[in-house]
Design a protein around this ligand. Structure first.
Ligand code: PMP
Length: 368
């Protein structure tokens, strides 16, 4: 049976999240046996020529999509973005040096907590007092001269804020947790020292983390080979082409299919146009009458995670219950902040936005 004949709800989940239907169809079609291979992608050796080709193609497509310069390595790791909270300082923060962090959201706060276990951290700015409803401005940053790096979170999944332009760091390497907006719009890789992202929002299934790291920063990992656990050393993964141990083979394959799909959508510029249009429609509805209230500062609003509230928690409960029943799934906000959150990543269809807007109008009419 074709996948399109199957009933699918509109999936607003924050991640793992909706994937492109053509990708799911290809996975379904080829799951029993990859064409010309006679085995399932989840049965083949990670050392086989077939998998090596899958990995190489995925890397090549990532490089094309992101315009990744030659002096950056692309790594396929496991342990989620949460493991990067530890790996980043373990690899890049020397004893006696300081790492600057921008405390712009709940995930940034977690990154800071882990970095403090490793070395000296300076919180360059924090908007925690404002419930992370806005992003710190450049002028608010108290940067450490000669810092090991500056860590930022480009999109704050829980609070629904997203940087429109990245902080200026001078010669200090910028480390960016792009877990929830990676490849949703063009990214200037050359502005970064290191980029990391869990795959399970815009790029593929869970179980895979993409790290893009500049060669000079990898040297810090080379210097730590004798002391760092092998699996936590970037240089080990880079030297072994992400095949030091068994990678998440299925997730690499599926991510590769999503990269191919992204290229067919006109690459990141094409995707950004669609994502801007989708988010604009939803924010316009939120702002239309005041019945709904966007929680993120307007200038900092995310195109990926759209957070809003209603007048009372009771009304919000009803909204979640009725929207779920109407086939609009996953709109309940993160448990730490409440309210509503519509996560509308790359693969989220525009019809789903239209369906949500229609539902919101109807709900307002009945409850306003
Ligand atoms: N950073 C951000 C911005 C996230 O949104 C998430 C997950 N939602 C994480 C880090 C943690 O990712 P993981 O669950 O892959 O460890």
């Amino acid at each position: 049976m074709s996948m399109t004949a199957v009933h699918r709800v509109f999936n607003f989940a924050a991640g793992p999240a909706v994937l492109p239907v053509p990708v799911l169809e290809e996975i379904q079609r080829d799951l029993i046996a990859l064409p010309g291979v006679g085995m399932s992608v989840i049965e083949i050796s990670h050392r086989s020529k077939t998998f090596e080709a899958i990995l190489a193609q995925a890397e090549s497509d990532i490089r094309t999509l992101g315009g990744v310069p030659a002096n950056y390595k692309v790594l396929f790791l496991q342990g989620g973005a949460s493991t990067q909270f530890s790996m980043v300082p373990m690899n890049l923060l020397d004893a006696g040096a300081t790492a600057d962090y921008i405390d712009c959201g709940s995930w940034a706060e977690k990154a800071i907590k882990e970095a403090r276990k490793v070395g000296t951290v300076n919180v360059a700015a924090s908007t925690k007092d404002a419930n992370y409803s806005r992003l710190p401005r450049q002028s608010e940053l108290r940067l450490t001269p000669g810092a090991a790096y500056l860590h930022v979170t480009s999109n704050n999944t829980i609070e629904g804020t997203e940087y429109k332009s990245l902080p200026e760091t001078g010669s200090v390497p910028l480390v960016n947790d792009t877990s929830s907006d990676m490849f949703s719009r063009p990214i200037d890789v050359a502005r970064h020292g290191l980029i990391y992202a869990g795959a399970q929002k815009n790029m593929g299934p869970a179980g895979l983390t993409i790290v893009i790291v500049r060669d000079d920063l990898l040297q810090r990992s080379v210097a730590r080979k004798a002391t760092l656990p092998t699996m936590l050393n970037y240089a080990v993964h880079a030297e072994n082409n992400s095949l030091y141990n068994t990678p998440s083979t299925f997730a690499v394959y599926a991510l590769g299919l999503v990269m191919k799909w992204l290229l067919q959508q006109g690459g990141l510029a094409g995707m950004a146009t669609v994502n801007e249009r989708k988010a604009a429609k939803l924010y316009a509805e939120i702002d239309r009458t005041g019945f709904y209230r966007g929680t993120a500062a307007r200038d900092d609003r995310s195109l990926m995670n759209i957070t809003f509230r209603l007048a009372s928690e009771e009304l919000e409960k009803r909204f979640v219950k009725e929207s779920t029943a109407a086939g609009l799934d996953g709109l309940k906000g993160h448990r730490s902040v409440g309210g509503m959150r519509a996560s509308i990543y790359n693969a989220f269809p525009e019809e789903g936005i239209d369906a949500l807007v229609a539902f919101m109008r109807d709900f307002e009419q009945k409850n306003g």
